[in-house]
Design a protein around this ligand. Structure first.
Ligand code: CMC
Length: 378
């Protein structure tokens, strides 16, 4: 007998699980991982250390971090078979699908360890090495051996640009990876946990997360924001573009959020990075930044009364461009970062697993319909 008679469309306002991983303080526009302000983490920590924090629930002591980084580094390398898998997938699919294909191959033949934490660490470590080589193969370049000593961010920059990264490139990407690592239960994380709740494996949960993040309502806004800036083309065209866009009922990409109705704290942090990126890189990056600054001001004037402010995806395209990441890969970089959020949720959920199996409110025909043979149907 179904007791709950109300359907919560989009699960809006529904608590689906308990988690200690992050707190989104929508009133004050703050985000905390395990109680630590994410802006402070981006400033002072590393993606590796934040991964430890999310997976273990506390910051590591120095020897613990060294051991953890050592494990990550050994898993960042790709075996010849993994390299073949990456090339196979990259030649046949888009970036997100190629990442998913890699984890699918991993789920078919996971290593002989039963400890989910080992799989989680492996999954986190591989993501950047896989994506970097997906970018290369899809651009028609030869794959390259990952350089684990550059760290997860530096290695990804190295694979994408074929050059030893400048310090600012590594720092920018490391900060962006930290800021995107965890965000409660958006659709992709919920999807990953639903998969895990059936006691499927961790790699399959990541595949669910990736395929859910891929949708334009979830992970694709940074790329859309980039093309929006390109379409505007010149800071002096911002106001006329915005008038027309709003009259045509278009959305300002990188504006608005289901949870934040004030300035997204991640956006605040990345905006400052974008300013530095514009100074450092100049040229096209500076133009994109100038367009974004002017669009932000004009759009806030028009939209803030409805709780619409820039979200993190408004500013990341400028920083990605300064780092050298092509727009078609922005969502996949977000995914690389979020792998740790997905697996941390899975590991946490498995501590007290319960199969996720909600109810549907039946709206079909009355029971007892007579089955009419096909030749008698009018
Ligand atoms: N530009 C102009 N109008 C907007 C925008 C926007 N970016 N976002 C929402 N609105 C309007 C919308 O048209 C609607 O107006 P009306 O009531 O007249 O129909 C009203 O605001 C409410 O919109 P909604 O879609 O019901 O609100 P939501 O909370 O479901 O939307 C959102 C959240 C992120 C889907 C939406 O703001 C949007 O489409 N933004 C643009 C895409 C974007 O930047 N997405 C990135 C999300 S953040 C990334 C992350 O955290 O992972």
């Amino acid at each position: 007998m179904e007791t709950a008679q109300r359907v919560y469309k989009g699960l809006e306002g529904v608590y689906v699980l308990e988690s200690s991983l992050c707190l989104i303080d929508t009133e004050h526009g703050k985000l905390y991982y395990l109680g630590y302000d994410v802006e402070e983490l981006a400033e002072k920590s590393s993606y590796e250390e934040v991964s430890y924090l999310l997976l273990h629930g506390r910051l590591p002591k120095r020897p613990e971090l060294e051991e953890f980084v050592g494990k990550l580094r050994s898993e960042m390398r790709l075996t010849p078979e993994e390299m073949r898998d990456v090339q196979y997938a990259a030649k046949r699919t888009g970036p997100m699908d190629a990442l998913a294909a890699f984890y699918l191959f991993a789920s078919k033949d996971p290593p002989q360890t039963k400890d989910p934490m080992e799989h989680a660490i492996r999954a986190v470590a591989k993501a950047g090495s896989v994506l970097g080589n997906v970018v290369r193969v899809q651009r028609g370049e030869e794959p390259m051996e990952p350089q684990p000593e550059l760290g997860i961010a530096g290695n990804l920059v190295y694979l994408v640009t074929s050059k030893k990264p400048e310090q600012y490139q590594t720092e920018f990407l490391d900060d962006i990876l930290i800021l995107h690592a965890e965000h409660g239960v958006p659709a992709s994380t919920f999807g990953a946990v639903v998969t895990a709740s059936t006691l499927s494996d961790i790699y399959s949960s990541i595949v669910t997360g990736l395929m859910t993040l891929k949708g334009p309502l979830h992970g694709g806004a940074a790329e859309a924001a980039y093309y929006q800036f390109v379409e505007i083309g010149d800071p002096n065209r911002v106001e006329s573009w915005l008038e027309r866009a709003l009259a045509e009922k278009r959305r300002v990409m990188g504006f608005g959020h289901r949870v934040y109705k004030i300035y997204d704290p991640r956006a605040r942090y990345v905006k400052a990075m974008a300013a530095r990126a514009a100074e450092l890189a100049g040229g096209r990056v500076k133009t994109l930044y100038e367009i974004a600054v002017r669009l932000e001001q004009a759009a806030i004037e028009r939209l803030s009364a409805r709780g619409l402010y820039p979200n993190v995806d408004f500013w990341t395209p400028i920083v990605y461009t300064a780092i050298g990441i092509p727009p078609g890969y922005f969502t996949a970089v977000f995914a690389v970062s979020r792998v740790v959020g997905w697996v941390a949720h899975v590991v946490e959920y498995w501590k007290d697993n319960r199969l996720i199996r909600p109810l549907h409110l039946y709206t079909g025909p009355e029971s007892g319909q007579r089955y009419v043979p096909i030749e008698e149907r009018g």
